[in-house]
Design a protein around this ligand. Structure first.
Ligand code: FES
Length: 557
């Protein structure tokens, strides 16, 4: 056995030899991110070891000192196994507490007609709680004034929860947290892989339920109400998240035809799901559109009224999985596209999540000087997705990145000198210095290119299938936390959206959350959306003839 000490948390744990440092951290209750699911590619699990500790680890089965530079003190905790006692220094700048979360989105007017209602039976001095016409519970006395519901938007990265007074329709408390699953696997595909095994499913399901219960307690404390007076919880999220929230194996989402086991549009018993609201409480899942177009998009359609407008509108949720719906003449077509983790700041040399210290916006002036903003106004410690798109867009606009995505080398005599000075070589490859410590490499630009190409190709296929040109789209609604922090100019400069969309773009925020509230507040929309979802035509990009050609065309800036 060996003892692993974690600093500065001052925690320690005894583990068997051969245990990875990452596993030891989990046993000690120390949070370390592992977004690539321990494949060894993301480097987000990096820790530092002192020289003595380095002697007591192995990497890929070989003692670290035989394997690596004896001066090196940073190791990937997922790849390093413990041979003897070690001291581990954790990365600073914990992201969980400061993660930037978008908790609200657009929502149209709605009649207050919740699924849960209460009636007071005077003769018996009891309050009867109904879900639709089903009697859920009888409570002593008149409890009509304590009548609450909750919505949890289960994002792949973050959870956003809100507590709503069902008598008034008002939100009375809101809270957010990191989705604990992202510590084990960052993106949807790695989560499907992990949860395909029973142990992985139990881990992801258990941690998610525990975190939702913690948020429930936090909201109740903030509003001064007991969790027992919350009678319904709406869980909105992508298809994989709804599987994991309900303990369903998502393996079918990982292979053709990607059919979901959870179709939504139904109620579950909260108690059986391990959720600590009223013991008779219910969980409602909005209808799922397909394996990769989830209930979050159904909520988005409801929140924006996309299905009710007669015009031609496009709803796009830009994230690791880009989901989009085109509404034309009352007919809805949807698709999804794998954009990869670049928009989350992952797989980028200096990338980080949207938390304190992340460069979130960037501009280059005519004289070549640069300006930028960081989240929280803190010293720049990394680049998040919106900053990444801004930097890439500015480099394209100022001729530092060519149409093929290549970063110019040697500066080029036409560039203002402040920009020339920022073009450097890193490990023999061209790179652009954002600050003295932060930079963008050619490889990073390729990641942006692949991500934006995937989203643009999805949009092009939807337009093509509808037989319309980009100029015929009347409104473009960008949903989601990431989209909310983007600038229209960057989206157009990069070609992530067609130039014809200029002036038609609106950022509608977290419509998964606002649509989830609409489901909570009005029972009538549940049937309405079930009917809408049934009629949505889902386009599988893999089946679109010439998709590869469309994608390659969409890669250029
Ligand atoms: S490199 Fe260790 S978790 Fe990704």
């Amino acid at each position: 056995m060996a003892i692993v000490y974690f600093q500065p948390e001052l925690r320690s744990v005894e583990v068997a030899q051969g245990t990875s440092i990452l596993q030891a951290a989990r046993l000690a209750g120390v949070m370390l991110e592992s977004p690539c699911n321990c494949v060894g590619t993301c480097a987000k699990c990096t820790v530092r070891l002192d020289p003595e500790s380095l002697k007591n680890i192995a990497i890929n089965g070989l003692p670290a000192l035989a394997w690596s530079d004896p001066e090196a003190t940073e190791v990937l905790s997922c790849q390093a196994t413990v041979l003897g006692d070690i001291r581990v220094e954790l990365p600073t700048g914990e992201q969980t507490q400061t993660l930037q979360v978008l908790s609200h989105g657009e929502r149209g007017p709605l009649d207050l007609d919740p699924c849960i209602r209460k009636t007071y039976e005077e003769a018996a001095d009891e309050t009867w709680v109904f879900a639709l016409d089903r009697l859920l519970a009888k409570e002593p006395g008149d409890t009509r004034s304590t009548h609450f519901g909750m919505v949890v938007d289960i994002g792949t990265t973050t959870l956003v929860a809100s507590l709503v007074d069902l008598s008034t329709g008002q939100e009375i408390a809101a809270a957010s947290a990191l989705n604990p699953q992202s510590r084990h696997a960052q993106d949807v595909l790695s989560r499907i892989r992990l949860a395909s095994e029973e142990a992985g499913l139990n881990l992801l399901h258990g941690e998610l339920i525990e975190e939702i219960n913690r948020l429930t307690g936090e909201l109740g404390a903030e509003a001064g109400i007991a969790a027992g007076s919350i009678y319904e919880m709406v869980l909105s999220g992508n298809t994989c998240m709804l599987h994991l929230a309900t303990g369903q194996n998502p393996a079918s989402l990982g292979k053709y035809p990607f059919a979901p086991s959870v179709s939504g549009g139904n109620h579950l018993c909260a108690d059986r799901q391990g959720l600590t609201i009223a013991s008779s409480g219910l969980v409602y899942l909005p209808p799922v559109i397909s394996g990769f177009v989830g209930a979050d998009i159904t909520s988005g359609i409801l929140a924006t009224g996309l299905h009710r407008h007669g015009d031609t509108s496009l709803l796009v949720d830009i994230g690791t999985n880009g989901e989009m719906v085109l509404s034309r003449g009352g007919r809805l077509r949807a698709t999804s596209t794998a954009a990869g983790p670049a928009f989350e700041g992952m797989n980028i040399s200096c990338g980080m999540r949207a938390s304190r210290g992340a460069v979130e916006s960037f501009a280059i002036a005519q004289d070549g000087t640069v300006s930028m903003n960081t989240i929280g106004g803190a010293e720049a410690t990394g680049i998040c997705g919106s900053g990444l798109l801004d930097i890439a867009a500015e480099l394209v606009e100022h001729g530092l990145i060519g149409g093929n995505g290549r970063l110019v080398e040697g500066g080029g005599s036409k560039l203002p000198s402040p920009l020339q000075e920022r073009l450097v070589q890193r490990e023999g490859k061209p790179a652009f210095l954002v600050t003295q410590e932060l930079f963008l490499t050619q490889k990073d630009i390729r990641q942006v290119q692949l991500a934006k190409g995937a989203v643009r190709a999805g949009i092009e296929c939807l337009l093509q299938d509808s037989g319309i040109a980009a100029a015929e789209v009347d409104r473009v609604l960008i949903a989601g936390a990431f989209g909310y922090h983007l600038r229209e100019k960057s989206l157009l400069s990069l070609g992530l959206l067609p130039r014809e969309f200029a002036g038609k773009i609106a950022f509608v925020g977290n419509t998964s959350q606002s649509g989830g509230q609409a489901f909570l507040l009005n029972r009538g929309v549940r049937d309405e959306m079930a009917a809408v979802v049934k009629e949505i035509e889902v386009i599988e990009l893999a089946n679109v003839p010439d998709f590869d050609k469309v994608f390659v065309r969409c890669l250029s800036f």
